[in-house]
Design a protein around this ligand. Structure first.
Ligand code: FAD
Length: 281
């Protein structure tokens, strides 16, 4: 399987993010979405993982399945808060055995805000463990252009991000809607001496109500005019308008030097397909 670090070195990437489906119907929907998006020749795809319980196992099964059956690489999201070093090591062994070589190393969130348990507190500790594994994993980390909600302040968040990213190969950002949030993040990292690729995560607003809720949790600022316009449209028109807005942002990001575009698909193919067409990706 190709390493994302090598793909980024070769030129701009296009990638798609999915979440593990909850039931049989949602599994079929994800398969159909993968069939459609395969036609866009993704550089890679990624699969999120739930914070606790069997979240890691479900992600592992989907990622190894994609790696086995599809002609593009898959990256596993891996959270560490609430997990043990032994459990993480066993998962990394599974990924290595299945030739999955791309890991997005994340803190995750303690379940319903409870106290931190397990062997890890911050994503940077997980990056070290993944780096220490004998498999030559390509390691990504999360970046929060509008600053992570648990941060004391912007300066300390940027400092911790720069230190974490320095040990990794690349970052993928939380979604945002204003180009300047991305360029400011890259400038801040450069000021801290960190020049690793930062792939912007772009969210087409196909479901404004849900995305507003995610934005509240993530500290992402919602552009009210865009959301109000999309909320007033019927579904097919809303998807087209959401794709147009996301394509416009993506185009500006690529012109500003972004090393690729990572689309949050919400497991649906329509908006991503339209964005790719608009961008001639
Ligand atoms: P960290 O890098 O550990 O940062 C968390 C907070 O701690 C920040 O405020 C940071 O400034 C601070 N910090 C870091 N190091 C230190 C230190 N040494 N001392 C003091 N403070 C410190 N969540 C999931 O559950 N599953 C997923 O699949 C998932 N995928 C994601 C994909 C992307 C692209 C992004 C952007 C986020 C994703 N998340 C996912 C959400 C993520 O797990 C949460 O935002 C989590 O709260 C923080 O994760 P992190 O890896 O950024 O944490």
């Amino acid at each position: 399987m190709e390493r994302i670090a090598d793909l980024l070195a070769a030129g701009p990437t296009r990638s798609f993010e999915f979440f593990p489906p909850a039931d049989a119907a949602a599994t079929q929907q994800l398969d159909e979405t993968l069939d459609v998006l395969a036609g866009l020749w993704p550089s890679f795809v990624s699969v999120t993982c739930g914070a606790g319980g069997d979240g890691h196992d479900r992600t592992r099964d989907i990622v190894t399945g994609i790696g086995r059956d599809r002609p593009f690489p898959a990256m596993a999201h891996l959270t560490c808060v609430g997990h043990t070093r032994e459990g993480i090591a066993a998962l990394l062994d599974d990924y290595a055995a299945a030739d999955v070589v791309n890991i997005l190393a994340l803190a995750g969130d303690p379940p319903d805000g409870s106290a931190v348990s397990g062997d890890f507190r911050y994503a940077a500790e997980l990056v070290e463990v993944v780096r220490d594994h004998p498999a030559d994993f390509s390691v990504g980390v999360a970046a929060h252009p509008e600053v992570h909600p648990r941060s004391a302040d912007r300066a300390s968040d940027r400092k911790h991000l720069a230190a974490k990213l320095h040990m990794a190969d690349f970052a993928i950002t939380q979604f945002f809607f204003d180009l300047s949030d991305y360029t400011q993040l890259c400038d801040d990292l450069a000021d801290l001496g960190c020049h690793r690729p930062v792939i912007p995560g772009v969210m087409p607003v196909i479901w404004p109500k849900s995305i507003r809720r995610f934005a509240d949790m993530n500290n992402s600022t919602v552009p009210e005019a865009l959301f109000a316009r999309l909320e007033a449209l019927p579904a097919p028109d809303r998807i087209a308008a959401a794709a147009e807005a996301a394509a416009e942002l993506s185009q500006s990001l690529l012109e500003a030097g972004a090393p690729g575009i990572h689309l949050y698909t919400l497991n649906r193919p329509e908006a991503s397909t339209q964005i790719a067409e608009l961008l001639h990706m």
